[in-house]
Ligand binder design. Structure first.
Ligand code: NAP
Length: 350
């Protein structure tokens, strides 16, 4: 407990319990209310002290809940330490001249009220505060950069092309679809409920959308929506959908391998992709995406996206839950498709 006058304050945390297989459960995490922190950087620190405001709930966090070879891209969580991920925070103290007390940033934080970061690498200063700060967990943060770099850099899109997006109503998918529409593509999205399908068609401007859970044969479904084939597939799910898409790609099509959320709970026995030979027959370009390789484009991205937000030319759907206590259910729910739009946790409102 925090002792008055000791300089300690409570630092509530969402802790990772132990490595798992299968779907994450709320009980794989727990909230620790006994932890405290001193709100002062150690003398020898070159880092920053952060008050966390919003946390981003992302599918890749599931990959950190087990020891799995990610070729050094991610390190797994350590049991009985706080989860960590992207978040929006306010700087309480800084030993780096790039940042000062009171600055708002987004970057890697713990799932906790306060984070002491030993360095400032990977933190982006938030310069535009005339938008909701939570947007920096999504449309103006890592998922936004994922949609922007994945679609415009990897997919080489052209006006009039046929674009398919899976997990289309999520943080990344909803933006990819709207980017594609903005340059005159025909866009179809798949999602896991009628509510999400309606959102895609009625709010997010997709030309068509379907519920993949209601389709007994994904190949047949794709032929219905793309009788002439698909030019660009933005893959957020992998697995059976990727396999069916390969049969429906057009000659010289492009596939961005952004995510494989359908496989994240089954990493020991991932589903095979059987139709890869289409890649040869159709001369496809299939490329994996790592968003951080494109972070140097962040200023260009802001120049592109901020006017769209200010002029109301892009819709953005968030699913916001209050308090660190909501964290375990939010992450477990994300891997079951319970989120509608970008899943965000409010830790504190400034
Ligand atoms: P999201 O779409 O907002 O949320 C995850 C969604 O995944 C769920 O709502 C659910 O939607 C869907 N899902 C869950 N289990 C599924 C399954 N078995 N089969 C198909 N869909 C399933 O997440 P996001 O943040 O936008 O991320 C989308 C993808 O991009 C993820 O694969 C993520 O890992 C990836 N990503 C990659 C990078 C990169 O650098 N490569 C960066 C960011 C994100 P439904 O209800 O529609 O099933």
């Amino acid at each position: 407990m925090a002792e008055e006058g000791s300089g300690h304050v409570r630092n509530k945390q969402v802790m990772f319990k132990d490595y798992i297989t299968g779907f994450p459960e709320e009980s794989d995490m727990y909230v620790n209310t006994d932890n405290t922190v001193i709100l002062k950087l150690p003398e020898d620190s070159n880092g920053i002290l952060l008050k966390n405001l919003y946390l981003s709930v992302d599918p890749y966090l599931r990959l950190l809940m087990q020891k799995f070879n990610t070729s050094g891209v991610f390190s797994p969580f350590t049991p009985n330490t706080p989860l960590r991920g992207y978040g929006v925070a306010k700087i309480l103290e800084s030993r780096d001249s790039k940042f000062k007390t009171g600055d708002l940033v987004w970057g890697a934080v713990g799932w906790e009220e306060y984070t002491v970061s030993t360095n400032t690498e990977g933190f982006f200063k938030i310069e535009h505060t005339d938008v909701p700060l939570s947007y920096y967990t999504g449309i103006l943060g890592m998922p936004g950069m994922t949609a922007y770099s994945g679609f415009f850099e990897l997919c080489s899109p052209k006006k009039g092309e046929y674009v398919f997006v899976s997990s289309a109503s999520g943080a990344v998918g909803q933006l990819v679809g709207q980017f594609a529409k903005s340059i005159g593509c025909y866009v179809v999205g798949s999602a896991g409920s009628e509510e999400k399908v309606n959102l895609l068609k009625n709010k997010l401007g997709f030309d068509e959308a379907f519920n993949y859970k209601e389709e007994p044969d994904l190949n047949v479904a794709l032929k219905r929506y793309f009788p002439e084939g698909i030019d660009i597939y933005f893959d957020n799910v992998g697995g059976k959908m990727l396999d069916a898409v390969l049969l429906n790609m057009k000659f010289l099509g492009r596939i961005a391998l952004c995510g494989m959320v359908s496989q994240y709970n089954n990493l020991e026995r991932p589903e095979g992709v059987h139709n890869l030979i289409s890649g040869i027959f159709k001369a496809l370009r299939i490329e994996g995406l790592q968003v951080y390789r494109y972070y140097h484009l962040y200023p260009n991205f802001l120049e592109f996206i901020l006017p769209l937000i200010h002029e109301g030319k892009i819709a953005y759907v968030e699913d916001i839950v209050e308090g660190l206590e909501s964290g375990p259910a939010a992450l477990a729910g994300l891997l079951r498709g319970r989120n509608v739009g970008k899943q965000v946790i409010v830790v504190a409102r400034e």
